[in-house]
Design a protein. Structure first.
Lengths: 621, 191
C-alpha cells in the first residue's frame, strides 16, 4: 500500500534509510492484515506507547488487532513510538505519525487505541498524540478528530492522563470492542456529529469510562472530596471480564516482528487471573477470577500458532504458568510435538519452588542460562505481610533442583520498601543470597553458579491491599540500596537495582489524580521515553510538578486513612474496597489469606457466582 | 539452495532481519529441516554476503540443510506465503554434496546504480582482501563522475568475472577497493 499519500511515499524512498533499524517502520510484517481504510466502518489504529521492539511483544494488542480485523466492516492498523532519530526526522520533514501498514496519518483514523501498560509511558502517550498532530485534550478535539481511547491496567487509574482520552475501556477488551465498533460505525454513518452526545452514548456501554462525564471535587489539602457522575454516567464503571476463555481464542495469526523484539517468541495464553493473593500485586487483584483454557484447545492452538508464524519458541504464558491445573500433560504434549520442528516450549513465569524448576526442565530442552525466580522478600515476617507462601527451604530446594538440572546462571527478584519493612528485612536478602551461594547444591556450595540479584522498589498500586500504604522516600531507598551494595559483595553474585527516581515517578503517577494532567503534558513537552534510563530525567518531572504546585512526596510517601476517597473510586476492578482494606489490616498483622482455588471463597467481589467464577481445566472448584 | 529477491520496502531490512524472515519462512515451508542443537535450535543455513541497508537485490542465495526429498514446488509456494511483501523465492535447487558451498563461490557482486542521468553497472569483490564497501564505491562514483545514486540493486552474485560478462553484456565498472579506483572491466560492453 502506501499509495495516495505522496509525501510519505517520498519519505520512505528517500529518507527512511537514514534512521536506525528502519525495519521498525515498514509495516510489511508477515501476517500483517494491511486492510484498506473503510468509508463506512470503523478504522482503528492500535498504539503501543513505546518502541516497536516492546510493543510488538504485547499480547493484548495482538488480540484486539485480530478481533477488529476479523470483522468485515472494520480495520485495525498498528503504530508505536518511533525511536528518537525517527521522531526528529519526521518532525523535520513534516511527516505526521502514521499507521505502519496503511501509511495513513493517525489523525485520519476514527479511533486511536492506546494501551496503558506502565506509568512511565504516560509522557509517550502525549508525544504520540503530538507527533500525530491530534489535539492533546479530549475537550479540544473536534468532531472530525479521532476518538482517543485507552485501555490496559493503567485504565484502572488513568486519572493523571484522563484529560487526554475521550474514553477508556476497563478490563478485558475482546467483547466490549465489538460494542464500541458498532457504535462508532453508526456514529460515522450519521455524519460524525455531536461528539459529546456520542461519548454520552458510549458511557452506557458496560466497561466504558468517559472521563469528561465525571467531575472530581477536592478538599483544600488536595484529597478528593467526591467524584460526581454527570448526565447519568454509571457509578462505578465496572471492568469487563470474559467468562469463558475457550470461547475467545485469539490471536491465531499474529503479525511477526521484523526486528527482534524483547520477547521474541509466540505466546500461548493458557489462563487469565491469579488468586494466590500476593498483596502487592495489581495483576493478581484486577485480573481475577482464574479462567483456565482447556488442555486440548491449547494443544491444538499452540501448534497452529507455530505453523502460522514460523516462530522457534512457544511460551506458555499467564501470571503463574506452573499453576495451570493441566500444566504437565500440556507442556509434555506440546514439547513432544514441537521438538521435532526445532521449536522450544518455555514457561516465562515460574513459581519459586522445585516443582516449577523440574517442570521447566522437563519441557523441551534444557536452557542452561537464565532461570528467573521471584522470592520478592527474604524474611518470614515480610512473606506473611505480602501473603507469599514460601520458605527459605522452598527457595533453596528450587535453586538446588535448577543447579542439578544444569542451570549455571540464575536471576532472583527482590523488592524493597514493602509496608512494615525494616532494615533487618533488607539485610535478610543478603543473608539469603549468601546462604544460596554456601549451600545451594544440596547443602554444599553450588560451584560455578552465577547469581544475578535484581532489586526493585515497591510502588503501591490502586485496587490492591497496599493502595493505602506509603511508598518509601528517595533517601530511604538509597539507604536500602547501600545495605545491599555492602551485603551482596559475594563471589559469583552481581546485583542490579531499579533507578530510584523512576520508581518514585511511577509512585506519583500510579496513585495520581487529575491535577497531574498538566504536569504530564509539561514533562512530555521536554522529552519522553521515561522508561529508557538514557532519556529519563527526574529533574524534568520535578520542575513540572513544582510549576503546578504539586508535591511528589504527598502522592508517594503519604499513608492514606481508611476513609480516604481515592482518585479511582469511580472505577471498579471487581474486587471490593472492603476486601482490600481487610487484606491491608491482615498484612499489617502478618495473617495469611488462602488461595480460593483450593480453599473457601474469600468473597473478594471478583466473581458473580454464576458465569464469572474460577474455571479450572483440571476440574475442581 | 534458495534463490530469492528483496526489493521495495524490504530492501530496508537489515541482514539479520532478512535472515530471521527467511528462517521463519523455511520453518513454514514443510521441508524436513536440519537443526543445530541447544535450547534454541536454529535451522542450519548460510547466506550470501550481507547487503547494505536500502540496497535491493534480484538474486540472493541461501543454503539450508534438509533431509529427504522435499517437494520443491510446494516449498516455494509456502515460503512465498510466509515472506513479507517485497521478498520472494524465485527458485529452489537440491544441491548434491559435491557441489561447492555458497561461501566458496560467492566472490563478486554486480550492482545496478540508477541515478538522475542514467544507469550503470558496478562490480566489486564480496570476499577477502579485495572486498570493499559499496558505500565507498558509490562515494567514488559521485566524486569522479558526479553520479548521484538514487537506487542501487544487487543484480547478482557470481563466482568469477567471466560469469558476469557472460550474463551482462553491458559496460561494467569494477571497483578496486585496495587501490580505491574504478576501472572499466576488461571485455565488458563488447556485446
Amino acid at each position: 500500500m502506501g499509495d495516495g499519500v505522496d509525501p510519505l511515499n517520498m519519505f520512505f524512498k528517500r529518507d527512511i534509510g537514514q534512521v536506525s533499524k528502519p525495519g521498525r517502520y515498514l509495516g510489511i510484517e508477515v501476517n500483517a492484515r494491511r486492510k484498506p481504510l473503510s468509508a463506512s466502518g470503523a478504522n482503528c489504529v492500535l498504539v503501543y506507547p513505546d518502541v516497536y521492539e516492546i510493543g510488538m511483544s504485547h499480547l493484548g494488542l495482538a488480540i484486539l488487532y485480530e478481533e477488529i480485523n476479523d470483522r468485515q466492516d472494520s480495520m485495525a492498523d498498528r503504530a508505536y513510538l518511533p525511536w528518537v532519530d525517527m521522531q526528529e526526522l519526521m518532525e523535520r520533514k513534516g511527516i505526521p505519525l502514521f499507521g505502519l501498514e496503511s501509511r495513513v496519518p493517525l489523525g485520519l483514523f476514527d479511533l486511536v487505541g492506546i494501551t496503558l501498560q506502565h506509568e512511565l509511558t504516560y509522557a509517550n502517550v502525549l508525544r504520540i498524540l503530538s507527533l500525530a498532530g491530534i489535539p492533546l485534550r479530549s475537550a479540544e478535539r473536534r468532531d472530525s478528530d479521532p476518538l482517543v481511547v485507552g485501555g490496559g491496567p493503567g485504565a484502572y487509574n488513568p486519572e493523571p492522563v484522563a484529560d487526554f482520552f475521550d474514553f477508556l475501556l476497563l478490563g478485558e477488551g475482546e467483547e466490549v470492542i465489538h460494542e464500541i465498533l458498532d457504535a462508532v460505525r453508526e456514529w460515522k454513518q450519521a455524519g460524525k456529529k455531536d461528539r459529546g452526545g456520542f461519548l454520552r452514548r458510549c458511557a452506557s456501554i458496560p466497561g466504558v469510562y468517559v472521563p469528561s462525564l465525571y467531575r472530581v471535587h477536592y478538599r483544600a489539602d488536595g484529597t478528593v472530596s467526591g467524584i460526581e457522575p454527570l448526565e447519568g454516567a454509571p457509578m462505578p464503571v465496572r471492568k469487563r471480564v470474559v467468562a469463558d476463555l475457550d470461547q475467545k481464542v485469539k490471536p491465531r495469526r499474529p503479525p511477526v516482528p521484523l526486528v527482534e523484539s524483547v520477547h521474541d517468541r509466540c505466546s500461548l495464553e493458557i489462563f487469565r487471573g491469579c488468586t494466590r493473593g500476593c498483596r502487592f500485586c495489581q495483576a493478581g487483584m484486577v485480573y481475577r477470577p482464574v479462567r483456565e483454557r482447556s488442555e486440548d484447545l491449547l494443544h491444538g492452538w499452540g501448534r497452529e500458532l507455530v505453523s502460522a508464524t514460523g516462530c522457534d519458541e512457544l511460551s506458555l504464558s499467564s501470571l503463574s504458568s506452573a499453576d495451570y491445573t493441566r500444566i504437565i500433560p500440556l507442556a509434555e504434549r506440546l514439547s513432544r510435538d514441537l521438538e521435532r520442528k526445532g521449536v522450544a516450549v518455555s514457561l516465562p513465569s515460574l513459581r519459586t519452588d522445585s516443582f516449577s524448576v523440574e517442570l521447566a526442565s522437563r519441557v523441551g530442552r534444557i536452557r542452561k542460562t537464565g532461570l528467573t525466580l521471584a522470592p520478592e522478600v527474604a524474611s518470614p515476617r515480610l512473606r506473611a505481610v505480602i501473603n507469599k507462601e514460601l520458605s527459605d527451604r522452598d527457595l533453596l530446594e528450587a535453586v538446588g533442583a535448577a543447579y542439578r538440572e544444569g542451570w549455571r546462571k540464575m536471576k532472583l527478584y527482590f523488592m524493597v520498601g514493602l509496608p512494615g519493612e525494616e532494615e533487618g528485612d533488607v539485610e535478610a536478602i543478603c543473608g539469603l543470597v549468601r546462604r544460596i551461594m554456601r549451600e545451594g547444591d544440596g547443602g554444599g556450595p553450588p560451584r560455578g553458579l552465577r547469581l544475578s540479584v535484581s532489586v526493585s522498589t515497591f510502588v503501591p498500586k490502586p485496587h490492591t491491599p497496599f493502595q493505602w500504604a506509603r511508598q518509601i522516600s528517595l533517601p530511604e531507598t538509597a539507604r536500602r540500596h547501600f545495605i545491599l551494595k555492602e551485603g551482596l559483595r559475594i563471589k559469583g553474585v552481581t546485583w542490579k537495582w531499579h533507578t530510584r527516581e523512576m520508581s518514585y515517578l511511577e509512585g506519583v503517577l500510579a496513585r495520581g489524580d487529575r491535577r497531574l494532567g498538566p504536569v504530564v503534558e509539561a514533562a512530555a513537552r521536554e522529552g519522553c521515553l521515561d522508561n529508557w534510563s538514557e532519556f529519563f530525567s527526574w529533574d524534568r518531572w520535578r520542575r513540572a510538578l513544582e510549576r503546578y504546585g504539586l508535591d511528589p512526596a504527598w502522592y508517594v510517601e503519604r499513608e492514606r486513612g481508611e476513609e480516604e476517597i481515592f482518585p479511582w473510586e469511580h472505577l471498579s476492578a471487581g474486587v471490593k474496597r472492603s476486601f482490600l482494606w481487610e487484606e491491608y489490616l491482615k498484612a499489617l498483622r502478618g495473617e495469611p489469606t488462602p488461595d480460593c482455588r483450593y480453599a473457601d471463597c474469600m468473597d473478594c467481589g471478583a466473581c458473580d457466582g454464576k458465569e464469572i467464577v474460577n474455571r479450572l481445566a483440571g476440574g475442581g472448584r | 539452495m534458495v534463490k530469492y529477491y528483496k526489493k521495495g520496502d524490504a530492501a530496508f531490512l537489515s541482514h539479520r532481519e532478512t535472515m530471521r524472515v527467511l528462517e521463519r519462512a523455511l520453518r513454514r515451508s514443510g521441508a524436513d529441516l536440519v537443526f543445530t542443537s541447544g535450547f534454541h535450535p536454529r535451522v542450519k543455513m548460510s547466506f550470501s554476503p550481507a547487503l547494505p541497508l536500502g540496497v535491493a537485490a534480484e538474486a540472493e542465495y541461501l543454503e539450508a540443510a534438509v533431509e529427504g526429498e522435499p517437494d520443491l514446488e510446494e516449498m516455494i509456494k509456502r515460503m512465498n506465503d510466509a515472506l513479507p511483501e517485497g521478498m520472494g523465492v524465485t527458485s529452489l535447487q537440491v544441491m548434491p554434496g559435491y557441489m561447492p558451498k555458497l561461501s566458496r563461490w560467492a566472490r563478486y557482486g554486480l550492482y545496478r546504480v540508477e541515478g538522475g542521468n542514467g544507469t550503470l553497472h558496478l562490480c566489486m569483490r564480496l570476499d577477502g582482501e579485495g572486498g570493499g564497501r559499496l558505500r565507498d564505491a558509490l562515494q567514488l562514483l559521485k566524486e569522479r563522475w558526479g553520479v548521484e545514486a538514487e537506487a542501487v540493486t544487487r543484480v547478482g552474485i557470481y563466482a568469477s568475472r567471466d560469469e558476469i560478462l557472460e550474463e551482462n553484456p553491458g559496460k561494467v565498472y569494477f571497483y578496486h577497493a585496495g587501490k580505491g579506483e574504478l576501472e572499466e572491466m576488461e571485455g565488458s560492453g563488447a556485446g
